[in-house]
Ligand binder design. Structure first.
Ligand code: ZN
Length: 308
C-alpha cells in the first residue's frame, strides 16, 4: 500500500458509535473465510470496531460473493453457481444463499447508483413489460400478473429507471417518471411512450406547464405502432435481452420485493457491468462521470455504495 492511500484510509475511518474521526489501528481480527480484518479503536469512546466494507459479518470472501452475483446476471442459475462452488471452494454455499447475496447487494448498490444524475440525450423511452410470477413452486398454476416498467435514455442507452410492480396504474407510472425527471434534469426534452392513456396526464403533471412559452415543459411523443412491430426500438431490444436473462431467474417466483431487487441488480448489470454491443462500452461511461477502475466492478460498486 502506498503512503497516500494509507493516509486516505486513515482520514476516512470514523467511529460508528460517536462519529469521531480520532481513531487508531488496533490489531487484526481473524475470520474464517475472509482472512485478517483490520480493527480500530476510537480514542474518544474507547470502542473497538471494524470498518464495514459492505461485507461486514459475511461468512464468505467478497471475491466469492461478487463472483456468484456476476455469474447470476450472466445467466447462470443459482443451482449451477452452487455446484461450481462446491467443486472449487472448501466452504460451500446453498443455492438460496446465492440468491440472498443477489438481493442484498443489488439493493445496496442501487442505493448508491439511483442517486447518480445522468447526462443523456434529448429522448427517453418509457415502456412496460408484463410478467407472470408464480406464488409458490408447488402450485404452478396460480400466477400473479406483474409489470416491469422502465425507461431508457436513447443516446447513451442508460437504463434510467426500472421497477417491478404488482400492478400497472397511475402511481407506478408516476414513480417511474418522477425518477426520470430527477435523473435527467436539463437533458431530456421528449418522452416517448406507447398509446396507453395514463402516460399523457402524468407526463404533463410531472414536468408541468411553462406559462412564458405557453407549452408543456416536456414533449410527449406517442408511438401508436403495435408492440413487437417496430415500436420504440431501443427499449424493445432491452426488453428482449431482459426476457432472455430472466427465464433462468428462479427468484422471480418469490415475492414482488425480491423480484424488484433482482431487477435492480439487472439494471446495475446492464448499466455498469456489461459492455453494450452497439455503443461498444457500458452505458454509464457515456451517461455519468463515474470511473470504475477495478476489473471486479461489482466489488468496486459495493465499496463505493458503502462510502457514499
Ligand atoms: Zn467513538
Amino acid at each position: 500500500m502506498t503512503k497516500q492511500s494509507n493516509k486516505d484510509e486513515k482520514k476516512k475511518v470514523v467511529c460508528p458509535c460517536c462519529n469521531k474521526e480520532s481513531t487508531k489501528k488496533d490489531g487484526k481480527r481473524k475470520t474464517q473465510n475472509r482472512g485478517l480484518i483490520q480493527r480500530y479503536r476510537c480514542l474518544d469512546c474507547n470502542r473497538r470496531f471494524v470498518v464495514d466494507d459492505g461485507f461486514f459479518r459475511m461468512r464468505n470472501h467478497p471475491k466469492k460473493i461478487t463472483c456468484a452475483i456476476d455469474l447470476f446476471y450472466k445467466g447462470v442459475s443459482t443451482r449451477k453457481v452452487q455446484e461450481h462452488f462446491q467443486a472449487f471452494y472448501p466452504h460451500n454455499s446453498h443455492n438460496t444463499t446465492i440468491y440472498r447475496w443477489v438481493v442484498k447487494y443489488s439493493n445496496m448498490i442501487s442505493g448508491f447508483t439511483d442517486k447518480i444524475k445522468i447526462k443523456g440525450g434529448a429522448e427517453v423511452q418509457v415502456d412496460e413489460m408484463e410478467y407472470h410470477r408464480r406464488f409458490s413452486h408447488k402450485n404452478k398454476n396460480v400466477v400473479s400478473k406483474d409489470w416491469f416498467i422502465d425507461s431508457i435514455d436513447v443516446q447513451t442507452r442508460f437504463l434510467v429507471s426500472a421497477k417491478y410492480f404488482n400492478s400497472r396504474g397511475q402511481n407506478e407510472i408516476k414513480e417511474i417518471l418522477g425518477e426520470v425527471r430527477y435523473k435527467t434534469e436539463g437533458y431530456t426534452t421528449t418522452i416517448t411512450t406507447d398509446g396507453w392513456k395514463a402516460y399523457e396526464k402524468i407526463i404533463k403533471r410531472t414536468w408541468g406547464y411553462n406559462n412564458k412559452v405557453g407549452k408543456h415543459n416536456m414533449k410527449h411523443n406517442i408511438v401508436m405502432a403495435s408492440k413487437g412491430d417496430g415500436f420504440n426500438i431501443y427499449i424493445e431490444r432491452l426488453h428482449n435481452s431482459i426476457r432472455e436473462r430472466t427465464v433462468t431467474f428462479r427468484g422471480f417466483h418469490g415475492s414482488v420485493e425480491s423480484a424488484d431487487s433482482i431487477m435492480k441488480g439487472y439494471a446495475i448489470f446492464y448499466n455498469f457491468i456489461r459492455k453494450h454491443q452497439s455503443i461498444k462500452c457500458c452505458p454509464y461511461e457515456l451517461a455519468t462521470d463515474l470511473k470504475l477502475e477495478n476489473p471486479n466492478k461489482w466489488l468496486e460498486l459495493i465499496e463505493m455504495s458503502k462510502r457514499n
